[in-house]
Design a binder for this molecule. Structure first.
Ligand code: SAH
Ligand code: SF4
Length: 428
């Protein structure tokens, strides 16, 4: 697809991921099924990583290796600083921690991030990393998730995954066709940010630190939870991870620069406002329940009116903190001017920004992307009604990094693995 026409108000993709459900206990979810239950549980490694743990959890590890109660708080602060401000990848680098304690820590825990199995760099500078995660249930093949970095002139956005596959089943989303689902742990979510900063060399250099200079130019400045998975179906891990990412004694990315995108898990939108407080994006995609039921089957559980009410009640919704509504442009499906009119009506009273996403086709999809002149008309109508309506410029298409294109290789299970999964599903 060509670039967005000049006269459109364009922004670059926040890459988005595609997600869609997978999973399911019975391994073979019916087409159009509302949701899948994660089949897999996380099996922690013998030596766990401290990445993604809360301060209290780190303190428990320190207690286990005999650190005196009076010292623990200070030691936790030191570790936190080394991990999240300096990006230390080994305890050996943590020179302000005593040698004995470093040796003890090394015996029991790590500061490991997920393994990077592939890195792709697009000709537009977008980078995609394929990360390997352990699988549970004794499957031989580990899981893989993707995370995508999109550099722009004034910011660098990292698109982060929350699940292997997705619990939901949106009909236009490639991730949704993936059957196997596993929730990521908080460590695996924070780990994606660590990996990106490692690969981009986005930590302060030891020289500038020792001179007391702060490296001010950061490459990863924004986070979008728009990779694989539905973040609000993995609420606790996503909350714990984002609070670590926003912690200003560590990575320190402001909550205003973190956006969580959801297909509309209403009860957890309320919790997001209360417990996380980041920016919200809603994958709306249709303005009538009948069509949204088909595109986003979760709509059958939480219809549009309930979703809009949750948005009106979202505590951060103010002029300064608008909610973004994502709308994928599907030719002849949701792209008419009547749809645009209804959209404007629906958003009345909500401080909203509408993000039009050109549909990214994938093999076997029944949808097509709307024509550019139709996207332009749609965008203009919304703009004239007073809403900002940027069209996301597809980024990283040559490396399949754009919205809706992320899908794990884990999908391709061997016959033996499929048999193992079926057997497990039957004994559940
Ligand atoms: N599960 C969450 C976040 C991940 S999807 C959600 O649905 O919001 C990120 C964005 O990409 C969503 O708006 C999603 O609807 C969109 N998307 C999925 N598949 C797409 C495709 N093939 N083309 C364009 N956008 C897509
Ligand atoms: Fe899951 Fe989002 Fe894809 Fe829907 S659009 S299947 S919620 S990742």
């Amino acid at each position: 697809m060509s670039e967005a026409p000049r006269n459109l108000n364009t922004v670059s993709t926040e890459a988005a991921a595609a997600a869609s459900v997978s999973g399911a206990r019975g391994m073979l979810p019916a087409d159009g099924a509302l949701e899948k239950t994660p089949l897999e549980t996380y099996v922690p490694p013998a030596k766990p990583s401290l990445i993604g743990l809360s301060r209290a959890q780190i303190s428990e590890h320190l207690a286990a290796i005999g650190v005196a109660p009076a010292q623990r708080r200070m030691r936790v602060q030191q570790l936190w600083h080394w991990m999240y401000v300096r990006g230390a990848r080994t305890f050996g680098e943590m020179t302000s921690v005593s040698k004995d304690m470093r040796a003890e820590l090394e015996k029991h825990v790590t500061v490991d991030r997920p393994d990077v199995v592939a890195e792709q760099i697009s000709n537009d500078g977008t980078r995609k990393w394929l990360l390997r995660l352990p699988s549970g249930n004794n499957l031989e093949k580990p899981h893989e998730v993707e995370c995508v970095y999109i550099p722009e002139t004034d910011r660098g956005t990292l698109c982060v995954s929350s699940q292997v596959g997705c619990t939901l089943n949106c009909s236009f989303c490639h991730t949704g066709t993936q059957r196997l689902v596993r929730n990521l742990t908080a460590g695996e979510i924070v780990g994606q940010i660590m990996v990106a900063r490692d690969r981009l060399n986005d930590w302060p250099s030891p020289v500038s630190s020792s001179l007391g200079e702060e490296k001010t130019h950061r490459l990863v400045t924004n986070i979008v939870m728009m990779g694989m998975g539905e973040p609000l179906y993995n609420f606790d891990a996503v909350r714990d991870a984002l609070l670590i990412v926003a912690d200003n004694e560590g990575i320190g990315i402001s909550k205003r620069r973190i956006t969580l995108s959801t297909s509309g898990v209403v009860p957890n939108i309320v919790r997001t406002g209360e417990e996380i407080g980041v920016m919200l994006a809603i994958s709306l995609h249709a303005v009538r329940d009948e069509l949204r039921n088909e595109l986003v089957p979760l709509n059958r559980k939480y219809p549009i009116a309930e979703l809009m009410q949750a948005c009106r009640d979202y505590p951060a919704a103010s002029n300064a903190k608008r909610i973004t509504f994502e709308y994928v442009m599907l030719k002849g499906v949701n792209d008419s001017l009547d749809d645009a009119k209804l959209l404007v009506k629906l958003l009345k009273g909500i401080h909203a920004k509408i993000n039009l996403i050109p549909f990214n086709p994938w093999p076997g999809t029944r949808y097509e992307c709307s024509d550019w002149d139709q996207i332009e008309k749609f965008s203009e109508y919304i703009f004239n009604a007073g809403y900002s309506s940027p069209v996301r410029t597809p980024r990283g298409r040559d490396i399949l990094a754009a919205c809706g294109q992320l899908k794990s290789e884990t999908e391709k299970l061997s016959a033996r693995e499929r048999q193992a999964l079926r057997a497990m599903a039957m004994t559940d």
